[in-house]
Design a protein around this ligand. Structure first.
Ligand code: DGL
Length: 268
């Protein structure tokens, strides 16, 4: 098969990465996509590095078997602790991850060099965003805040809810006190509460790594001459390791379209 016709492989610990798929379908409407969400073992955000590396290896092996042309790590937690492992497994295949794309966009957006990050506990503890920003612009300072309650709240669908607003009012003040002018949404679930975040962080630039990741994928595909030349309806396939209660509803909320071609597959 011609390399450019192959699908983009996207993966996450669960449903969150579907926000990246949504951004990809908008930015690159003719690309075929294979998604894997590890719904049986989510959340990753509280697990150890070893476990996340082991799970990520299984997912990457699965996606490589699907004959993809590029891998997207659509999970901040995986990118933070297993990014190098994924790149080693991928070999010469391009790998784009949400942290690199988010750090690029934040460095471009900030004027005062003070960048905030909200993320899961594992991502925050890994310091991956601080490292990624420092590699790009050493004069920038990164302050991070773990927001462990946001993932379950968002999966509950409380996108514009008083509980979510109050939770943000607990998490955000330490970042606001540091006079950040840019805030990275360091978890793929958070784009769903962007309107609420914008209200609670007025005047601060929000970096949504789903759209910045889609833009980075578009750039790499163009650069490597891998853009799908076909302009017919693309093929989207969704694999998950479990189909839990309400998965269809939650998934469609993340994807913003019907979740068809869904298949359950066990790994490991
Ligand atoms: N999707 C994950 C991320 O972006 C959050 C969910 C999890 O903890 O597995 O970090």
């Amino acid at each position: 098969m011609n390399e450019a016709h192959k699908a983009i492989g996207v993966f996450d610990s669960g449903v969150g990465g579907l926000t990246v798929v949504r951004a990809l379908t908008e930015r690159l409407p003719y690309e075929n996509i294979v998604y894997f969400g590890d719904t049986a073992r989510v959340p990753y955000g509280v697990k150890s590095r070893n476990t996340i590396e082991q799970f990520s290896t299984q997912i990457v092996q699965f996606l490589l078997e699907q004959n993809v042309k590029l891998l997207v790590i659509a999970c901040n937690t995986i990118a933070a602790v297993a990014g190098n492992k994924v790149r080693a497994l991928a070999g010469v295949m391009p790998v784009i991850d949400v942290i690199g794309a988010g750090a690029d966009a934040a460095v471009r957006a900030t004027k005062n060099g003070q960048i905030g990050v909200i993320a899961t506990t594992t991502t925050t503890n890994s310091n991956a965003y601080a490292r990624a920003v420092a590699e790009r612009k050493s004069s920038c300072r990164v302050v991070s805040q773990a927001c462990p309650l946001l993932v379950p709240i968002i999966e509950e669908g409380w996108l514009d809810h008083q509980v979510t607003r109050l939770t943000l009012r607990e998490y955000l003040p330490p970042l606001l006190a540091e006079h950040i002018d840019t805030l990275i949404l360091g978890c793929t679930h958070y784009p769903l509460i962007k309107p609420l975040l914008a209200e609670e962080t007025r005047g601060i630039a929000l970096v949504d790594s789903s759209t910045t990741t889609a833009a980075a994928v578009a750039d790499v595909l163009a650069e490597k001459d891998l853009l799908n030349p076909q302009t017919t309806a693309p093929d989207y396939r969704f694999f998950v390791s479990d189909i839990p209660l309400r998965f269809q509803t939650i998934g469609e909320r993340f994807l913003n379209r019907p979740l068809e071609q869904l298949e359950m597959i066990g790994l490991g």
